[in-house]
Ligand binder design. Structure first.
Ligand SMILES: N[C@@H](CCC(=O)N[C@@H](CS)C(=O)NCC(=O)O)C(=O)O
Length: 224
């Protein structure tokens, strides 16, 4: 299998965690592919994913799979690891819902950074909406932190971990952990899991300069 990847992509990290869980990490040839939302699409990625996004996986029999949700389900089925995405309808919906919440939060964090990177041209209404949605998603996860802890590890947890990892990567000083203690305890515990620890985001410096990183971030403990 061939994987378009980046060591700093939270959506690629979902796939990396599943690969680790399934013992398939060495079955993949990695191609370092730069994907930037606010830039011309990478032609090498477009050949395999017309949406220009990573992750994209090419299987041994030539199937071009995207996005992370499809790739993760493919790998889980291939490895017969239905504990990660149970067949039982209630358990399955629980994981798919957490996946939607985690992936949705990650999408917002990526788009928010892109908008912040526009400096004086950033739209304050859009910035405020991203902040409101981020706070609401984190508040929901705090409410559900006991259920996250009590439910067998699976795809839903993987998406939430990757969203929180992205928050720590790009908004390291936002101070969410003291404000959301249940979620912080669950996150600290799940971060010890070998598949999660082995796949931490790494900034390899490849890609566009982070104009957004020079502009003010947000602080979880305050209101906007
Ligand atoms: N829904 C997609 C999202 C993938 C995504 O947004 N990937 C980012 C990198 S983390 C990307 O490729 N961005 C480039 C773009 O949006 O054009 C998935 O789950 O794979």
């Amino acid at each position: 299998m061939k994987l378009h990847w980046s060591p700093r992509s939270p959506f690629v990290r979902k796939v990396n965690i599943v690969l680790e869980e399934c013992g398939l990490t060495d079955a993949v040839e990695r191609v370092r592919s730069v994907a930037v939302f606010a830039a011309p699409p990478n032609p090498e990625i477009l050949k395999d994913n017309p949406l220009g996004k990573i992750p994209a996986l090419i299987t041994e029999d030539g199937r071009k799979l995207f996005d992370s949700r499809v790739i993760c389900e493919y790998l889980i089925t291939r490895a017969d690891r239905d504990d990660l995405l149970p067949d039982n309808p209630d358990a399955r919906i629980k994981h798919l819902r957490w996946q939607a919440l985690g992936d949705g939060l990650t999408d917002i964090l990526l788009l928010w950074r892109t908008e912040r990177g526009r400096g004086d041209h950033a739209d304050p209404v859009i910035l405020a909406a991203f902040e409101t949605k981020t706070r609401a998603a984190l508040a929901m996860l705090e409410k559900e932190s006991a259920e996250l802890a009590q439910t067998g590890f699976g795809l839903g947890h993987i998406s939430v971990v990757c969203a929180l990892g992205q928050l720590d990567f790009r908004y390291a000083d936002c101070g969410w952990k003291p404000a959301l203690p249940g979620l912080a305890v669950w996150y600290a515990e799940v971060s010890q899991r070998p598949s999660v620890a082995a796949t931490a985001i790494v900034d390899d410096g490849d890609g566009p300069a982070g104009a957004a990183d020079a502009t003010p971030s947000f602080t979880y403990g305050t209101t906007s």
